[in-house]
Design a protein around this ligand. Structure first.
Ligand SMILES: Nc1ncnc2c1ncn2[C@@H]1O[C@H](COP(=O)(O)OP(=O)(O)OP(=O)(O)O)[C@@H](O)[C@H]1O
Ligand SMILES: Nc1ncnc2c1ncn2[C@@H]1O[C@H](COP(=O)(O)OP(=O)(O)OP(=O)(O)O)[C@@H](O)[C@H]1O
Ligand SMILES: [Mg+2]
Ligand SMILES: [Mg+2]
Lengths: 168, 165, 165, 168
C-alpha cells in the first residue's frame, strides 16, 4: 500500500478541513515553529489508533480537538482520514476489491468516538488489524518523532529488543 | 518465537553493518546480543566505530554521530521489514552539512519500497525532496497548508512514469 | 531559606514575563508555584501562551516553541543572578530562521554581564558571533582548532575599546 | 570574572595541547559532527569539578582521557586549565591580589588526580569554593548541553525549583 492522502479537520491546530496529497516518493513539510508540522505527524499516529494522549503531547485525548484561538472558538470534534492506495496489492483480503482504503477516526468533545473504514463504522480492533495487515502497524521505527532520534542509541539493551520484535 | 527473533536480528544486523559505513563514509558498526543464550530476554547492544576512530562506548559519540547511527539502524530495520511510509520529524537537526547530504541520499535509496515524509528546517533537505508543503499560520493558532512546490527532477520522474503507462 | 527562595522566584518571574514576549514578539508567559503555601517544597509550573494562541498545557507546544520558552526562562535566571559565562550547545537547532535571529539578538542583549559561547551548525548564528573557532579532525580522532575569524563589527568594537583605554 | 582562555591536553579527542582564547563577548564554535565541539564543553565542566562521568557522556571518569585513534596510542593523562581574568574585581579575597586565576584539573590513567589553583596543589573543595565565589559555580543554567534545552520545559515542577534554588 501507499498513502494517497491525508484529510484533517478539527485536529489540533488544523481546525479548517485540510487535505494533503502524498503522490511522491519523498514529501517535505516545512514552515515556522509552531505552525502545525508535527501536528500532522500526530494526526497520522492518532488515525492509526494511538491510545495514549501522552504520545501525542497531550494530557487527555480531548487535547487533540482544536481548542480555539484568539479569533476562533473551540471545535466540537476532531477527525482524521488516511486514504491508502491498494494498487500494489499488499492488501488484507477483506479489502482487496477496493481501489482505495479510507480509515477515519473521529473524537467528539463529549467523548464519543468513532472509527470508520471506507465509511463503514468499525471497531478500533479492525483498524489496528488493517494497519498490521498492510505492514504500517504502529511500527516504532516508521515514525521518528521530533527530538527522539537519539533514543534508540541511549535506550537500554532490553528496550532495543522491542524494535527487533516489531520488525519480526 | 525464538527462531523468528534470531532470524530478524541477524538480518537487521547484516543490513546495519552494510549501511553504517555508507552513511559514515567508512568505519564499522554492528549489533550484539547481551545474552546470546536467551532469545526471549536478551537485550541488544550497539557497537559503532566512526572512520579513523577507536571503538568506544556509544554514549561518548557526538550528537550528530548518534543521530546518524540511529538512522542507520532504523533504515536497516526498514530494509528487513519495510513499512509503506516513514515519517522523519527534524531528524536532520543535529547533522552538519555533509551529513545532511548523506542522510538525504540514504532516504532516496530507500524510496523503492516506502514513501518518505521529511519535516525539516534545513534548506539542503528542502532541495532534495520531490514536493514541498509549506505550513503556516496566517491567522494565529490556525494551521494552513499554503504552498506546494514540486521539485523539477521529481516532475520529470512523474512525467516519465505517466508517459510510460 | 524560605524568604530567599520567594524573592528569587519573584525576581525571575518578573524577568521571564518581560523576556518571553520579546523572544516571541508577543504573547505572554509566567511561572506559577504549585504550592504557594510551602516555600520549601513547592514546585514551579510554566504557563506560556505564544501570540494569538490560546493558553494550553506547555507539553502541547511545538519543539521550537519549547526551546524558545526554555531560553526565555534561562535568560531570566541569568538576569537575576548572572554567571560569568553561558555555554549554549546547539540550542538553536530546533529554531526556524526568524527565531534563530531572535535568539541571537537575545544573546547579544545579555552580553553586558556575561560571556557567551555558542556551538552551532547554523550559518545565521555564525554571522552573529564576534569570533568563530573552527574545530576539525584533519587526523581522524584528533581534534584541532583550525581557524579563527573575527567578525568585522566585533573587530571595530574591540578597536574602539582599546583606543578608549 | 571573565574567562580568558582554556587549555586542553589529553582530554577526550583533544590529545594535542590546545589553547582557546575567550576575548570576545560572543564566541562561536563550529565544525563537523564528532570533531570535538561538545568535548570543549565537557572540558570546562570537568575542570569546574564535575564528579559524575555520566554527565560527561562516559561510563567511568577515565573515559575523559584520550583513548587513542587509528594513528595514535592512548594518552596517560587528561589536563584542563581554565584561566580567569580578575580585572572586574568579582573575586574571592584569597585571590584578589592575582591578575589571573588559573584552575587546573589533571587525571592520570592510574587514577591519580590533582587540582591546582595558580600552580599550587589544592583540594576539590577549594576549586568548587572558588567557582561558587566567582558566581560560575556549577550553575545548572549556565551550561545548556546539546539536546537538553527542552528538559526545563518537560521537567517535573519539583525539579524546576532546583534551578531557582541555584539562582538564589
Ligand atoms: N488542540 C489544539 N488546539 C489548538 N492548537 C493546538 C492544539 N494542540 C496543539 N496546538 C498548537 O499547535 C502548535 C504546535 O504545532 P506543531 O508541534 O505541529 O508545530 P511545528 O510546526 O512542528 O513546529 P516546530 O518547528 O517548532 O517543531 C502549538 O502552538 C500548540 O499550541
Ligand atoms: N576519551 C576519548 N578519547 C578519544 N576520543 C574521544 C574520547 N571521548 C570522546 N571521544 C570522541 O569525541 C567525539 C565526540 O566529540 P563531540 O561530542 O565534541 O563532537 P561535536 O563536535 O560536538 O559533534 P556534533 O556536532 O555531532 O555534536 C566522538 O567521536 C568520540 O568518540
Ligand atoms: Mg515540530
Ligand atoms: Mg556536539
Amino acid at each position: 500500500v501507499k498513502i494517497k492522502r491525508l484529510e484533517i479537520g478539527g485536529f489540533k491546530s488544523f481546525v479548517e478541513r485540510t487535505v494533503i496529497q502524498f503522490d511522491h516518493d519523498v514529501t517535505g513539510i516545512v514552515g515556522p515553529n509552531g505552525c502545525g508540522k508535527s501536528n500532522i505527524v500526530d494526526a497520522i499516529r492518532w488515525c492509526m489508533g494511538e491510545q495514549s494522549a501522552r504520545h501525542l503531547r497531550g494530557r487527555a485525548m480531548s487535547d487533540v480537538i482544536f481548542s480555539g484561538s484568539d479569533t476562533r472558538p473551540g471545535h466540537d470534534f476532531a477527525e482524521v482520514t488516511i486514504v491508502f492506495d491498494t494498487a500494489d496489492g499488499d492488501v488484507p483480503p477483506a479489502y482487496s476489491s477496493f481501489p482505495e482504503i479510507a480509515v477515519t477516526r473521529r473524537l467528539h468533545r463529549n467523548g464519543d468516538s468513532e472509527y470508520l473504514i471506507n465509511k463503514t463504522q468499525v471497531r478500533l480492533q479492525d483498524v489496528t488489524d488493517l494497519f498490521l495487515g498492510t505492514g504500517a502497524g504502529t511500527k516504532a521505527y516508521s515514525i521518528i518523532e521530533q527530538g527522539k532520534v537519539g533514543l534508540i542509541v541511549s535506550a537500554k539493551p532490553e528496550e532495543r529488543r522491542l524494535l527487533i520484535e516489531e520488525a519480526a | 518465537s525464538r527462531r523468528l527473533f534470531k532470524e530478524t536480528f541477524e538480518a537487521v544486523n547484516l543490513k546495519f553493518q552494510a549501511l553504517f559505513p555508507k552513511l559514515f563514509r567508512g568505519g564499522e558498526a554492528s549489533l550484539r546480543l547481551t545474552n546470546p543464550e536467551d532469545m526471549l530476554e536478551t537485550g541488544i547492544e550497539i557497537l559503532a566505530q566512526p572512520p579513523g576512530k577507536k571503538l568506544s562506548s556509544i554514549e561518548l559519540m557526538s550528537g550528530g554521530e548518534k543521530a546518524l547511527t540511529a538512522v542507520s539502524l532504523i533504515f536497516a530495520m526498514f530494509q528487513v521489514k519495510p513499512s509503506p511510509f516513514c515519517i522523519l520529524d527534524e531528524v536532520d537537526a543535529p547533522l552538519d552539512e555533509a551529513n545532511v547530504a548523506r542522510y538525504n541520499e540514504a532516504v532516496r535509496t530507500m524510496t523503492d519500497r516506502s514513501q518518505f515524509i521529511l519535516i525539516t528546517h534545513i534548506k539542503k533537505t528542502m532541495q532534495m525532496v520531490d514536493v514541498l508543503y509549506g505550513v503556516t499560520m496566517p491567522e494565529p493558532g490556525v494551521s494552513k497548508i499554503v504552498s506546494v512546490q514540486v521539485n523539477d527532477s521529481a516532475q520529470r520522474r512523474m512525467n516519465a512514469a505517466l508517459s510510460a503507462r
